[in-house]
Structures are given as C-alpha cells and as structure tokens.
Design a protein around this ligand. Structure first.
Ligand code: ZN
Length: 237
C-alpha cells in the first residue's frame, strides 16, 4: 500500500513513544494522570489561577520528558520520509521525538515541550532556557515584557493550534494512504482525520495495539509491538 500510494501521511499517538519509556496516560496504573486530577494541573484555568503550582508540577515532568530518546519506530517513520515514501507526520505527542529521530515535516497538533511562549507578547523560549526565566520566583517570567510564560503544549480548555490543524486536514484531504501508528483514534479532532481521508477515497492502515473506532474501515490492521511492526514494514519495502 505504501508503494502504491503517491501521498502517504503518518498519524501517530502515545503508543509510538511507549518504547521510549513514556507511558500512555490512558493506560491504567501507569498513567501520568493517575494520581492527580488533570483539570487541576493541566487546565488553562489552573495555569492562570495558580501559575506557581502549575510550574512546580510540570517542570520536573517536562525535564523527564525532555531526556527521552526516540525509538526504532520513530526512526522507521523518519526513514520512510527520507526514502520519499511518507509526506508528513501528524502527531498528538508533545515529546518532540519525531523531530529528534529525523522526521522533517512534523505537525504537532497538541503542541510541543520544545518551546514556551509569553502569554502577553508571544516571545518564544527554548526548553533549555525556560528555567533561567524563573529567577528567584516560582513562575517563568517573560524577559521582554514581564508576562507569564506558558509551555507550548495544548492544555485542557485550550483550542488546538489552528494552523497545525489546517495543515493536518489539508494533508489528509490529498493523501492516498493514512498510516495510523500507536493511536487509539479516540481523541478529537485528530480522531476525525482518518475520516477526512477515507471520504476522499484514501486507504487506511492501522498499527496500534487494541481496538480503534476505525478498525472496520482499515485495509490493514497490525496489532503487534509498534517497533516490530514498523521494522517489518521497512524490511518489506
Ligand atoms: Zn512577553
């Protein structure tokens, strides 16, 4: 299917980063959200009402996330792009591991930990520099205007970045093939992207453990380990 397709888009979710040691937050017992109400710490209202608490909670977690390395599944997807077999990766992940693996065209629809931005003037700061903005205080303060700095990840209660969703939708509209990797395809609006492609006659391949709402629409469903499955795909090509 990849060989026959003139335009292939890969859509990824948490499952592609699990082999990098990043748990899927929906997996019971291992999840990031297990011990805490996400709305208390990951909602945009929580950021504004208690910014110090927000950063206290998230700084060590972003640090840990920032130390993770891409795995063979990320690298396989990057290699497919390098070989001209994949046009772009649309990802729900904020861990920046697709870029670290070498993927060039990556659309991060839930944002990324790579940068943080001032909520007042938009000044952007890299992940390695955000700590220098704390000074003696408990919140990251914009060096340009003194405003509050927020990670460029989409929090609960926030809209997805409009430009990223437009890009993702346009890619899916012109794709011949969508390959979903490690996503249960349950979180909208990303979960609607395969429909966009299917309605235009594209085919769908799913490489994900467990069921998805699209299993019956998929031409191929591979339910094994993402690393094994993607290595097998590369070998076959
Ligand atoms: Zn500012």
């Amino acid at each position: 299917m990849i060989r026959e397709s003139a335009s292939t888009v890969v859509l990824t979710g948490a499952g592609v980063s699990v082999p990098s040691g990043i748990p899927d937050f929906r997996t019971p017992g291992t999840g990031l959200w297990e011990k805490v109400d996400p709305f208390e710490v990951a909602h945009i209202d929580a950021f504004h009402s208690d910014t110090a608490r927000f950063w206290r909670y998230w700084s060590p977690r972003f640090h840990e996330l920032g130390s993770k390395e891409p795995n063979a599944a990320h690298r396989a997807i990057a290699e497919l792009e390098e070989r001209g077999l994949v046009d772009a990766v649309v990802t729900q992940n904020i861990d920046r591991l697709h870029r670290a693996a070498g993927s060039q065209r990556v659309i991060e629809v839930h944002g990324t930990i790579e940068t943080s931005s001032c909520t007042a003037c938009g000044e952007s700061v890299g992940i390695d520099d955000v700590e220098t903005l704390f000074g003696d205080g408990e919140i990251a303060v914009c060096p340009a205007c003194g405003g509050k700095v927020k990670p460029d990840v989409v929090l609960f209660g926030e809209m997805l970045p409009e430009a990223a969703m437009e890009d993702a939708t346009a890619l899916c509209e012109q794709a011949d093939l969508i390959v979903c990797v490690g996503s249960s395809l349950e979180v909208y609006p990303v979960a609607g992207l395969p429909s966009v492609a299917l309605n235009r006659g594209a085919r769908l391949a799913i490489v994900t453990k467990g069921p998805t709402p699209y299993d019956r629409d998929a031409t191929v469903k591979l339910g094994g380990d993402v690393v094994d499955e993607l290595r097998a795909i590369l070998t076959a090509l």
